[in-house]
Design a protein around this ligand. Sequence first.
Ligand code: ADP
Length: 176
Amino acid sequence: MEEETLVLVKPDGVQKNIIGEVVSRFERSGLRVTGLKMVKPTEDQLESHYVLAPEWVSGLAQKTRESFAKKGIELKETDMQIAKRVQTWLKQSLGSGLIVAMVIRGNCAVEIVRKLVGSTEPRSAAAGTIRGDFSVDSYDLADVEKRSVKNVIHASSSVDEAKREIAVWFQRVIYY
Ligand code: ADP
């Protein structure tokens, strides 16, 4: 099914000079870039992008717990406490510099973009994925340094999330 998804190259990705590389990875897969711009996020955009939707809270907490459990550490916080802590850090880091927002379109775009992007934590993101190739961070280091995981890119995780997120960054109608 033809779909649209939202990708953000986060400030750490922009600083690493990989905007072109990221665009090229999506293009060479056959997906199309149908919207693209560089922006300095406003407070409003940060607020609306990182909302505490129940499925985001539980997914984020689960991934974080699993990663710490592998190291024998049990997190005592509730799911909501983990998500709120990460949300604050994420707003700080996404708001810390310029980002590139893009809309990617094509068959199964949401799933294919997430596959090319790789898993959330760079330490376990597969080689050949954008996060696996261009970042080396981990949850535990981010935790010690009290910041979000630097994984160079964001990609919507469902068609509904993509619709909501595209509206945060692109106010105009997108023409194909
Ligand atoms: P994804 O970006 O892969 O969809 P999530 O939506 O679960 O992952 O998390 C959003 C972002 O929050 C991640 O890309 C990462 O930068 C950051 N993050 C997630 N969990 C943590 C954590 N436990 N500590 C610090 N940062 C985190």
